[in-house]
Write a protein that binds this ligand. Structure first.
Ligand SMILES: *Cc1c(COP(=O)(O)O)cnc(C)c1O
Length: 225
């Protein structure tokens, strides 16, 4: 099978599975965003995805993404969801429409300082790990304090929360906990309606627990080298 057919078939399958999971969990498909995570895949794959109508792309590395952004049409929303390094953040802020992995005030401050005149949407990454913060993400107990500080910065808006499934343990329980954290969070931060959770292995379950942004790579593009 050629690459176009392969990507096209996988994309359709993922979309169908999203649609049926959404139906099963009584979720409106309009509130669900599929981000195709293209990190490590070549520009030619992104061009194929673009030709198939994909406009939400996810990347994890500044240098790799900046090159791709420069080669593709401007009507794409780029999502950064990788680990943040302060010295890369100014550049990331230039190309990313959404930054999913903010977990420290100092990062939010850099984003704010580099977003004058254009609001930058961020997600705050929450840690579901034990111990918390072992792989990035803020300890849920410190979330409200962090968000309150970030909320006072100009040019930045908290679109919601983001999380990665824990390495081990009961996944439904972890996603259930995340949904609870998000519900409590929305009570204070009304505008933070989005929940970025769910990857290739767990996106249907994430939909059961309120995910609005699915970050899916390998189910669509295959295994990364
Ligand atoms: C790579 C990555 C994804 C996509 O993972 P797949 O298993 O390929 O779907 C999603 N979220 C984050 C944070 C990632 O780093």
């Amino acid at each position: 099978m050629n690459r176009v057919d392969e990507i096209s078939r996988n994309l359709e399958q993922v979309k169908e599975r999203i649609a049926s999971a959404a139906k099963r969990w009584n979720r409106s498909i309009d509130e669900i965003t599929l981000i195709v995570v293209t990190k490590t895949f070549p520009l030619s794959d992104l061009e194929i995805l673009y030709s198939l109508g994909v406009r939400e792309f996810g990347e994890n590395r500044d240098q790799e993404a900046a090159v791709k952004v420069g080669q593709l049409p401007a009507d794409i929303n780029w999502h950064f969801q990788g680990g943040i390094q302060s010295n890369k953040l100014k550049s990331i802020t230039n190309w990313a429409s959404y930054i999913h992995s903010v977990d420290q005030f100092k990062y939010a401050k850099i984003i704010s300082e580099n977003s004058a005149g254009k609001f930058k949407s961020i997600f705050i990454q929450v840690s579901l790990d034990h111990p918390p913060e072992s792989r990035g993400g803020v300890d849920p107990q410190k979330l409200i304090t962090l968000a309150t500080e970030i909320g006072q910065l100009p040019n930045i808006s908290i679109k919601g929360l983001m999380a990665v499934a824990p390495v081990s343990g009961d996944l439904p329980r972890a996603f259930g906990r995340l949904q609870g954290i998000h519900n409590d969070f929305k009570a204070t931060f009304n505008a933070a309606k989005s929940l970025s959770a769910g990857m290739s292995g767990d996106y249907e379950m994430a939909l059961e627990y309120g995910a609005t942004h699915l970050r899916i790579g390998s189910s669509i593009l295959g295994n990364r080298a």
